[in-house]
Design a protein around this ligand. Structure first.
Ligand SMILES: *Cc1c(COP(=O)(O)O)cnc(C)c1O
Length: 224
């Protein structure tokens, strides 16, 4: 399938899910997750009008970045090892996987004169295999980030549990939304928390209905 055709279908579904939940489809950004595909395929996505690209490993990001450069908005969406921060920090616009103090410290130390836009990754479902903070840990963690002034918490990120049960998926997105509201009420200048990074190929419609502002789409947009 051409990316342009996939994009058209995806945008239509985004629009329908937005309408179902009385939202403006313009609020929802589509990140094309290119981790399974070639640089050429990523470039094809850009040619069709995609402006956000996501990669989950430093190798993949660096490889594509060396050809594509800084034209798109780059998102680092995978688990980030502390020692790899230096490889990617000047190439990405958003880091979606901030989940521990040691990582915050390293990002802060390597930020130079930039402020780094981050998402705090939450394991909203409590599944053991998933990375991210448990919901109870999120507020104390965000308070702790005050000590790392180069970090700006743009929002929260989660991956839905691995299940066919839409109710369970929906609950995990709702729990992320509730946490977002709690953090917004804290009114911290470094944590406006206006964004929610949630929704992938199989669950983005539920995520939009529950307030997602950034959906991360690989399979359904650029393919596996
Ligand atoms: C791979 C990946 C995606 C995209 O997954 P698809 O199901 O192919 O859309 C989204 N988010 C993260 C963190 C990923 O690793």
């Amino acid at each position: 399938m051409k990316v342009s055709e996939n994009l058209r279908v995806l945008q239509e579904k985004v629009k329908e899910a937005s309408q179902r939940s009385n939202r403006d489809p313009e609020e929802i950004k589509i990140i094309a997750v290119t981790k399974y595909v070639t640089t050429e395929r990523a470039s094809e996505a850009l040619e069709c009008g995609v402006t956000h690209l996501g990669e989950n490993r430093d190798e993949g990001l660096l490889e594509k970045w060396s050809t594509i450069g800084d034209k798109p908005t780059w998102h680092f969406i995978g688990t980030l090892q502390t020692r790899k921060v230096k490889n990617i920090i000047d190439k990405v616009d958003y880091i979606h996987s901030l989940d521990r103090v040691s990582l915050a410290k390293e990002i802060n130390a390597r930020a130079g004169d930039r402020t780094i836009s981050c998402f705090v990754q939450v394991n909203a479902s409590g599944e053991e295999s998933k990375h991210g903070l448990t919901p109870e840990m999120v507020v104390p963690f965000i308070k702790e980030l005050e000590k790392h002034p180069k970090i700006r918490v743009e929002g929260l990120m989660t991956m839905a549990p691995f299940t066919e049960d839409d109710t369970i998926i929906r609950q995990s997105f709702q729990s992320l939304k509730n946490l977002q509201l709690e953090i917004q009420h804290m009114d911290l200048p470094y944590a406006p928390c206006m964004e929610l990074s949630m929704g992938m190929s199989n669950d983005f419609e539920i995520a939009i209905e529950e307030g997602s502002t950034m959906i991360r789409i690989g399979t359904a947009l650029v393919g596996e």
